[in-house]
Ligand binder design. Structure first.
Ligand code: ATP
Length: 467
């Protein structure tokens, strides 16, 4: 089972402290969200899983953390200043503003039962291009519109990688093929953000640019498509909720040879099965576009430099063939927030207890769970039990994230931990004082095992698996 819709996750998130509406006490700010104590742990665990898998466990990828604000010329030569836009239409009747290619994803503010443009009253303007980059000014400038101080908040992390290609190559002494990975915030002034954390104006990306010989690019591209599906499975996302989508020639970015999106069933409530899926990540073969675009040497047909501002050439010299060329780039680009949403939706399960009550269980992989163990005293008015439970929490803490909770009856405490995905509860009872053993309760099966305190840490670590 998975969550029946995003709304279920929105309310769970707010109730239990995963994600809150941003600026809530001032009326909110459309489609901005803050990550609470559990949300930030889950997001960190997702990012660590990605980083460990790509940067640490493979031996061909380096990490990077580049600036959010770069020289404006980065965005001129990447093409973002001229082409990073969405087609925008206004409705003269309802005054709504919509993205032309996403009309089916939104409803008319006046008639929520229809999509914009579906009623004769809808009076849509012609589309005009709206650039999605957030503008800012750098330094103490006198006028907000001072073009010489204009800068942008990065709309993707990728360009920071391309402009550092030579720095990383020279300092790491890598040879092709190799990759550079980066996790960080990106900003897009989306026309129609929405669906909780699916589309926001501030979000986080995990991007990797893999540089290779042109002839190897198609094979490496396919490998990453296969590998990323497996990575999502390893995060607990089920195959039936994932789907591949091959972008058509018309949809491909002008520089892309082939792009495959991995889609997740974010909208299971939609009748049309096709429409239940939307993009979780994209994996593109960008050819040699990016390194060429930021290099000083390449010339156009008339012999003019295509980039007269760059001071560097980002080509690669192959010692074996004595050839100099611009490497091809395979780019797997994942959204942290969409991954987190997919994980929460897929982990959501309901179970009926023996009293006939419905309980929510978040079946998160232990590796991702914000809290690994909750230590609970069966009787909070018995000082010896409380002391033993608090002592156990202290013992476990350095090895695994552990909490202590005595703010309710044991049934309520178990339910609370199930709902936030804590894999194990450790209960200290009257007998524990006699036999130095505790009960370990499993989140998914609700089975209970008696474990001696002397081996508790090892027992839990083994069952939790990967750190
Ligand atoms: P979409 O078509 O949904 O706008 P995109 O194809 O423009 O997405 P990319 O530029 O390929 O997205 O970015 C890579 C990933 O970053 C996406 O697959 C998604 O997971 C994430 N992402 C992009 N835009 C947003 C956003 N506004 N909010 C949250 N995540 C986003």
């Amino acid at each position: 089972m998975a969550a029946p819709n995003i709304e279920t996750i929105v309310s769970l998130s707010k109730r239990r402290g995963f994600v809150f509406p941003a600026s809530d006490i001032y009326g909110g700010l459309g489609s901005s969200w803050d990550y609470g104590s559990l949300g930030v742990e889950l997001a960190n665990n997702v990012k660590q899983s990605w980083w460990r898998w790509l940067v640490h466990e493979r031996d061909d990828i380096e990490g990077l953390d580049s600036s959010i604000i770069q020289n404006r010329l980065v965005w001129k030569y990447s093409g973002h200043e001229t082409t990073f836009s969405d087609p925008l239409v206004d409705c003269r009747n309802c005054k709504g503003r919509f993205r032309l290619d996403k009309l089916q994803d939104v409803t008319c503010p006046k008639h929520p039962s229809i999509h914009p443009g579906e009623d004769k009253e809808c009076d849509l303007t012609d589309a005009r291009e709206f650039n999605l980059m957030f503008r800012t000014t750098v330094g103490a400038v006198s006028a907000e519109d001072d073009e010489t101080a204009l800068a942008y908040l990065r709309p993707e992390t990728a360009q920071g990688i391309f402009i550092n290609f030579k720095n990383v190559l020279d300092t790491s002494r890598r040879k092709l093929p190799f990759g550079i990975a980066q996790i960080g915030k990106a900003f897009r002034n989306e026309v129609t953000p929405g669906n909780f954390i699916f589309r926001t104006r501030e979000f986080e990306q995990m991007e990797m640019e893999y540089f290779c010989q042109p002839e190897d690019a198609p094979g490496i591209h396919q490998e990453f498509i296969d590998e990323f599906q497996k990575w999502f499975y390893s995060l607990g996302i089920s195959g039936e909720n994932l789907k591949l989508y091959e972008q058509t020639k018309e949809e491909l970015a002008h520089y892309a040879e082939r792009t495959v999106d991995i889609l997740y069933r974010f909208f299971p409530e939609r009748e049309d099965e096709e429409k239940q899926f939307d993009e979780l990540m994209g994996i593109a073969n960008r050819k040699d576009f990016d390194l060429k675009a930021h290099s000083k040497k390449p010339e156009d047909a008339e012999g003019k430099r295509i980039n007269p501002d760059s001071t560097e050439d980002l080509s690669y010299f192959d010692e074996a063939t004595k050839q100099r060329f611009y490497p091809y780039v395979i780019e797997p680009a994942v959204g942290v927030n969409r991954t987190l949403l997919a994980i929460l939706m897929d982990a959501y399960t309901e179970k009926t207890n023996d009293k006939g009550e419905t309980r929510v269980i978040l079946k998160l992989k232990p590796e991702l769970a914000p809290i690994k163990v909750a230590v609970l005293p069966l009787a909070k008015n018995k000082p010896e039990i409380v002391a033993m439970a608090k002592g156990l929490k202290k013992q476990l803490l350095p090895a695994m994230r552990t909490v202590y909770d005595d703010t309710g009856g044991i049934g309520k405490l178990y339910a609370r931990q199930d709902e936030i995905g804590t894999p194990f509860c450790v209960t200290v009872d009257h007998e524990s004082l006699e036999d130095n053993a505790v009960t370990v309760r499993d989140r998914d099966t609700w089975t209970q095992d008696r474990v001696n305190v002397s081996v508790l840490r090892d027992h839990l670590q083994e069952r939790l698996g990967k750190p």
